[in-house]
Design a protein around this ligand. Structure first.
Ligand code: 5GP
Ligand code: ZN
Length: 120
Protein backbone atom coordinates (compact mmCIF):
# COMPACT_ATOMS: atom_id res chain seq x y z
CA UNK A 1 0.00 0.00 0.00
CA UNK A 2 1.35 3.40 -0.99
CA UNK A 3 2.73 5.46 1.90
CA UNK A 4 2.74 2.46 4.28
CA UNK A 5 6.10 2.28 6.03
CA UNK A 6 6.03 -1.51 6.44
CA UNK A 7 5.02 -2.05 2.79
CA UNK A 8 8.06 0.04 1.89
CA UNK A 9 10.26 -2.24 4.01
CA UNK A 10 8.78 -5.30 2.24
CA UNK A 11 9.53 -3.63 -1.11
CA UNK A 12 13.11 -2.83 -0.04
CA UNK A 13 12.52 0.92 -0.33
CA UNK A 14 13.33 1.46 3.36
CA UNK A 15 16.19 -0.53 4.92
CA UNK A 16 15.57 -2.90 7.82
CA UNK A 17 17.70 -5.27 9.84
CA UNK A 18 16.07 -8.47 8.63
CA UNK A 19 16.07 -11.63 10.76
CA UNK A 20 13.93 -14.04 8.73
CA UNK A 21 11.85 -14.04 5.59
CA UNK A 22 9.30 -16.44 4.15
CA UNK A 23 6.76 -16.29 1.35
CA UNK A 24 4.20 -14.59 3.62
CA UNK A 25 6.17 -12.99 6.48
CA UNK A 26 9.12 -10.76 7.21
CA UNK A 27 10.86 -10.37 10.59
CA UNK A 28 13.20 -7.49 11.40
CA UNK A 29 14.53 -5.58 14.41
CA UNK A 30 12.33 -2.80 15.77
CA UNK A 31 13.95 0.60 15.21
CA UNK A 32 13.11 1.65 18.79
CA UNK A 33 13.54 -1.50 20.93
CA UNK A 34 11.86 -1.71 24.35
CA UNK A 35 13.83 -4.81 25.41
CA UNK A 36 17.15 -6.45 24.40
CA UNK A 37 15.22 -8.55 21.86
CA UNK A 38 12.49 -6.68 20.01
CA UNK A 39 11.55 -8.09 16.63
CA UNK A 40 8.66 -7.09 14.40
CA UNK A 41 6.96 -9.86 12.44
CA UNK A 42 4.85 -8.48 9.62
CA UNK A 43 2.76 -9.91 6.83
CA UNK A 44 4.19 -9.18 3.39
CA UNK A 45 0.77 -8.18 2.13
CA UNK A 46 -0.88 -5.09 3.53
CA UNK A 47 -3.35 -6.20 6.21
CA UNK A 48 -4.45 -3.38 8.50
CA UNK A 49 -4.66 -5.22 11.80
CA UNK A 50 -5.59 -8.43 13.57
CA UNK A 51 -9.28 -7.86 12.83
CA UNK A 52 -8.56 -8.25 9.12
CA UNK A 53 -6.28 -11.31 9.03
CA UNK A 54 -7.45 -14.75 7.92
CA UNK A 55 -7.10 -17.89 10.02
CA UNK A 56 -5.06 -19.39 7.17
CA UNK A 57 -2.50 -16.56 7.36
CA UNK A 58 -2.36 -16.89 11.15
CA UNK A 59 -1.70 -20.62 10.82
CA UNK A 60 1.46 -19.82 8.89
CA UNK A 61 2.56 -17.38 11.55
CA UNK A 62 2.92 -20.14 14.13
CA UNK A 63 6.07 -21.80 12.84
CA UNK A 64 7.47 -18.52 11.54
CA UNK A 65 7.29 -16.86 14.99
CA UNK A 66 8.66 -20.01 16.64
CA UNK A 67 11.62 -19.88 14.26
CA UNK A 68 12.23 -16.20 14.99
CA UNK A 69 12.32 -16.98 18.73
CA UNK A 70 14.87 -19.72 18.05
CA UNK A 71 17.07 -17.50 15.87
CA UNK A 72 17.15 -14.86 18.62
CA UNK A 73 17.85 -17.55 21.23
CA UNK A 74 14.86 -16.73 23.43
CA UNK A 75 12.76 -19.84 22.88
CA UNK A 76 13.75 -21.27 26.30
CA UNK A 77 14.38 -18.08 28.30
CA UNK A 78 10.94 -16.79 27.31
CA UNK A 79 9.40 -13.94 25.39
CA UNK A 80 6.16 -12.15 24.66
CA UNK A 81 4.26 -12.03 21.37
CA UNK A 82 1.98 -9.01 21.09
CA UNK A 83 -0.14 -7.38 18.45
CA UNK A 84 -1.59 -3.95 19.12
CA UNK A 85 -4.98 -3.25 17.54
CA UNK A 86 -6.47 0.17 16.93
CA UNK A 87 -6.59 3.24 19.11
CA UNK A 88 -6.93 1.70 22.56
CA UNK A 89 -4.44 -0.99 21.60
CA UNK A 90 -1.87 1.69 20.82
CA UNK A 91 -1.28 0.65 17.23
CA UNK A 92 0.87 3.26 15.50
CA UNK A 93 1.61 1.53 12.20
CA UNK A 94 -1.60 0.38 10.48
CA UNK A 95 -0.01 -2.71 8.88
CA UNK A 96 -0.42 -5.97 10.83
CA UNK A 97 2.62 -6.78 12.94
CA UNK A 98 3.54 -8.84 15.97
CA UNK A 99 6.14 -7.71 18.49
CA UNK A 100 8.37 -10.55 19.69
CA UNK A 101 9.97 -9.19 22.85
CA UNK A 102 12.45 -10.84 25.22
CA UNK A 103 16.07 -11.11 26.24
CA UNK A 104 15.33 -9.91 29.80
CA UNK A 105 12.72 -10.43 32.50
CA UNK A 106 9.67 -8.55 31.27
CA UNK A 107 7.43 -6.50 33.53
CA UNK A 108 3.75 -7.31 33.84
CA UNK A 109 1.54 -4.76 35.57
CA UNK A 110 -1.52 -2.60 35.04
CA UNK A 111 -1.62 -1.47 31.43
CA UNK A 112 -4.12 1.32 32.00
CA UNK A 113 -4.88 4.09 34.48
CA UNK A 114 -8.47 2.84 34.55
CA UNK A 115 -8.87 0.57 37.56
CA UNK A 116 -10.06 -2.79 36.12
CA UNK A 117 -11.88 -3.56 39.42
CA UNK A 118 -14.25 -0.66 38.76
CA UNK A 119 -15.58 -2.40 35.65
CA UNK A 120 -16.37 -5.71 37.34
P1 5GP B 1 2.77 -0.35 17.05
O1 5GP B 1 2.73 0.76 18.08
O2 5GP B 1 2.11 0.04 15.76
O3 5GP B 1 2.30 -1.67 17.58
O4 5GP B 1 4.31 -0.59 16.76
C1 5GP B 1 4.99 -0.01 15.70
C2 5GP B 1 6.46 -0.31 15.90
O5 5GP B 1 7.14 -0.08 14.69
C3 5GP B 1 7.13 0.53 16.97
O6 5GP B 1 7.68 -0.30 17.98
C4 5GP B 1 8.21 1.31 16.21
O7 5GP B 1 9.38 1.46 16.92
C5 5GP B 1 8.40 0.45 14.96
N1 5GP B 1 8.81 1.17 13.76
C6 5GP B 1 8.22 2.29 13.24
N2 5GP B 1 8.83 2.67 12.10
C7 5GP B 1 9.84 1.76 11.90
C8 5GP B 1 10.82 1.62 10.86
O8 5GP B 1 10.90 2.40 9.92
N3 5GP B 1 11.68 0.58 10.98
C9 5GP B 1 11.62 -0.31 12.01
N4 5GP B 1 12.52 -1.30 12.03
N5 5GP B 1 10.69 -0.21 13.00
C10 5GP B 1 9.82 0.82 12.94
ZN1 ZN C 1 1.47 -1.88 4.51
Amino acid sequence: MKDCIFCKIVAGKIPANIVLESRDFLAFHDINPIAPVHILIITKTHIRDFNEVSPEMMAGLTSFAQNVAKILGVENSGYRLITNVGDNGGQEVPHLHFHLIGGAKLKWHHLTDTNPRNSL
